[in-house]
Design a protein around this ligand. Structure first.
Ligand code: KG4
Ligand code: ZN
Length: 337
């Protein structure tokens, strides 16, 4: 089946076409036929974060543009399914995508089935895009880390999972973005902090200071990042001459320590056969390496599929199709896994 998917939950406008064959029982294969993305990073950068109203307007401008690009490139535009992200995300942005999906469905693809998709399932299934992807790796411990979510998930199979823990306040990606602002780095902060933290500094000890790693010994699988952000704020206030690369590195280490420790503990507790990483923060090479060295088969999608895109939405819609799962076609800003 051919799936045309639309993603507009936050600040990336994506349209993708995926060709997907097979079933859950017999196995499946897929190929990406198109993957178009219009980033709004430049629009939101002056504000240091995503402005929802502005984002919807941008989606409404970008969607027809990307769709025309698809037509111009004469991709085979005969989808069996049109899928659109219905949540979680920013309500105006989700509605922008849903309205557009309904429009092109009515105008061009009325024979196709129009379905909703869960953005978090998109991230969850992004591991299928890893070069070494394999579905005989369950139970798996999956760490989903993005700008809106920090979740530790026990996946018993592709369609059966339990959320073991989540953040109590800020998501880890959100903490990267906020700390980046404190360090006067541009939005989005994650890649900027990773770059700065990796800078070699001559004459400064590598571990010149540390921030306390939040929730490291909490005994559960939950996380918390608002205190760490405040710790960085106070440190910078009290040490105006602090070296920014050292602060970035100390923050990154403190942010990742509980993630890695809890993945390790959950892997042992549930006898997991593999570890998976997804969401925008999964693009971070330092985090990838820390999880890779835990010694289990490790799955993470190539860089461009970690942050938001429509290929992962098409994947989620495909798996839902073969497992018989459906989502209502209306914006669900707080949808979970
Ligand atoms: O999944 P995503 O594109 O959007 C959401 O669904 O939230 O994730 C975006 C988040 C942002 O907070 C961004 O700063 C973070 O992912 N991010 C990173 C890196 N690349 C993106 N965080 C740390 N290191 C990175 N290299
Ligand atoms: Zn996302």
């Amino acid at each position: 089946m051919r799936i045309l998917a639309i993603e507009t939950s936050c600040d990336e406008t994506g349209i993708a076409i995926l060709n997907f064959q097979g079933s859950l029982e017999e196995g499946f294969s897929f190929s990406i036929e198109a993957n178009l993305l219009a980033s709004q990073i430049e629009t939101h950068r002056p504000y240091g974060g995503v402005v929802p109203g502005l984002a919807r307007r941008e989606h409404e401008r970008n969607l027809p543009m990307l769709f025309r690009e698809l037509e111009a490139k004469s991709f085979k535009l005969e989808p069996d399914i049109v899928a659109v992200t219905v949540g979680p995300g920013l309500s105006p942005c989700l509605w922008g995508g849903i309205t557009f999906a309904e429009e092109i469905h009515g105008k061009h693809f009325s024979k196709a089935k129009l379905v909703g998709a869960n953005h978090l399932e998109g991230h969850l299934y992004s591991f299928l895009l890893a070069e070494n992807a394999d579905v005989s790796v369950f139970p798996a411990i999956h760490l989903l880390v993005s700008g809106g979510h920090t979740m530790l998930i026990l996946m018993r199979s592709l369609v059966d999972w339990d959320v073991l823990g989540e953040t109590r306040d800020d998501a880890v990606g959100e903490a990267f973005d906020k700390v980046a602002r404190l360090l006067e780095l541009p939005y989005p902060g994650g890649p900027e902090i990773e770059k700065l933290a990796g800078k070699r500094m001559i004459g400064i000890r590598r571990k010149s200071f540390e921030f306390p790693a939040p929730m490291l010994h909490s005994g559960d699988y939950n996380f918390s990042y608002s205190g760490l952000k405040t710790a960085v704020l106070y440190y910078l206030r009290n040490n105006p001459r602090a070296k920014k690369p050292a602060v970035a590195r100390a923050f990154q280490e403190a942010a990742f320590a509980p993630l890695v420790a809890k993945v390790k503990r959950a892997t042992e507790e549930y006898g997991a056969k593999s570890i998976m990483l997804s969401g925008g923060v999964a693009a971070n090479r330092v985090l990838q390496e820390k999880l890779r060295v835990l010694g289990h088969p490790f799955f993470v999608a190539p860089l461009k599929y970690n942050t938001d895109n429509a290929v992962i939405i098409a994947l989620a819609a495909s798996v839902n199709q073969i497992s018989g799962k459906e989502y209502r076609l209306e914006a669900q800003p707080n949808l979970s896994l």
